[in-house]
Ligand binder design. Structure first.
Ligand SMILES: *Cc1c(COP(=O)(O)O)cnc(C)c1O
Length: 378
């Protein structure tokens, strides 16, 4: 960074610091946070929190504040009990608090997993294109990253995936289901086959599980008798609480024991624990918007062909749509129409978050104007 006229006289550049060599030249992760009328680029739930939850949050935070002179419950037992009850409700099989671990966003959960099961001299494999934070967290924990293959339609070929895992023997395999940024869910049979093919950990990132279409199963049902399987979830998406920073996982209790070796003491603040518990007490009200969001997702998918565009089947709250001659140019054109979507770096494709009916309307209107000039000719 160069010094500016009104900035400090001299700024130190990152390159001048004794930074770890593998971090040199990297750019930090982050979607642009631009001032735009319609922000459809980070897969948040656009609906405001229910008023009755806001009232309970205020009370819960006030009560927790009384004891802020003390460290919080290091093991977050009450919160993990509530999360286990939620998972039991949705999974069918009982999930116990000893099987659940929580942290500041599922990104921190994933980081703790790689601290415990990856690290120097170890490898992690994920099927790209997928969640771009997986390789970034790998880099941060000194874990070497391996790109796994997908078919051209972005699905995972189970046989090819198993062969790749058998050959390369990664210590951690990531499966994102439903996948971000493509929206595609992964068959439980594929997860089972990958688990059987590896001696390492298999982490199924289910950040979007609540948006799955009817009949799309969660990997939670595979947990019994698979101690190296982990399912990670978050309150950032369907629960509409991205600002809370609360992610969690379900796994064998031994995995939870392993993570306690690497987590920072008191990593989850008393306020976070109290707020998350207050939110979970309103699970039904929070998840009431999920069906509305799914309807908007399906409407986007249904409308795209009319504009000469197509999409990838989605079990999430977003749609990967295309194809464009130049995705970056189409992204800019949509932005010029006050609609911010995500350029995820897949040639020809862009990703849009499904939100309110008004947001869908604005998106489709803008896309109607942008598509003729930008869609890929035949
Ligand atoms: C959004 C997202 C997460 C959630 O991250 P948080 O840290 O819980 O906000 C995790 N995995 C995937 C694939 C995501 O898209």
């Amino acid at each position: 960074m160069t010094a500016t006229q009104d900035g400090p006289a001299e700024l130190t550049s990152v390159d001048a610091l004794p930074l770890r060599p593998e971090l040199r030249g990297k750019t930090p992760y982050g979607a642009p946070q631009l001032k735009v009328a319609h922000r459809l680029n980070t897969n948040e739930n656009p609906y405001p929190l229910p008023p009755e939850l806001l009232a309970d949050l205020a009370t819960a935070l006030a009560e927790a504040s009384v004891e802020l002179n003390r460290y919080p419950d290091r093991d977050a037992v009450a919160l993990r009990t509530d999360l286990a009850a939620y998972l039991t409700r949705t999974a069918g099989d009982r999930v116990g608090p000893e099987q659940v671990w929580a942290a500041n966003g599922s990104n921190e959960v994933l980081q703790q997993l790689l601290q415990a099961f990856g690290g120097a001299g170890r490898t992690a494999l994920g099927f790209t294109p997928s969640y771009s934070m997986h390789p970034i967290i790998a880099a941060g924990t000194g874990t070497a990253w391996i790109d796994g293959h997908r078919r051209a339609d972005f699905t995972i070929d189970a046989d090819a995936a198993v062969a790749q895992v058998r050959e390369l023997r990664p210590d951690v395999v990531f499966v994102t289901s439903p996948n971000n940024p493509t929206g595609t869910a992964v068959e439980p049979a594929t997860v089972e086959a990958l688990y059987a093919a590896t001696q390492g950990m298999v982490v199924v990132d289910e950040a979007y599980a609540e948006f799955a279409r009817l009949g799309t199963p969660s990997a939670l049902a595979l947990l019994p008798d698979r101690p190296r399987l982990v399912v990670s979830r978050t309150m950032s998406k369907a629960f509409g609480m991205a600002g809370l920073r609360l992610g969690y996982l379900a796994a064998d209790p031994a995995v939870v024991d392993a993570l306690q070796l690497v987590r920072l003491p008191y990593h989850l603040s008393a306020l976070t624990q109290a707020a998350a518990r207050a939110a979970l007490a309103h699970t039904d009200a929070l998840l009431a918007t999920v069906d509305a969001v799914k309807a908007e997702r399906d409407r986007i998918v249904a409308e795209l062909p009319r504009l000469g565009l197509t999409s990838v089947p989605s079990d999430a709250n977003f749609v990967l749509f295309g194809r464009f001659a130049d995705a970056r140019a189409a992204w800019q054109a949509l932005l010029d129409h006050d609609v911010l979507v995500r350029d995820v770096g897949i040639p020809g494709w862009l990703r849009v978050t499904a939100g309110t009916p008004a947001e869908t309307e604005a998106f489709l209107t803008a896309l109607g104007e942008v598509a003729p000039a930008h869609r890929l000719g035949d």
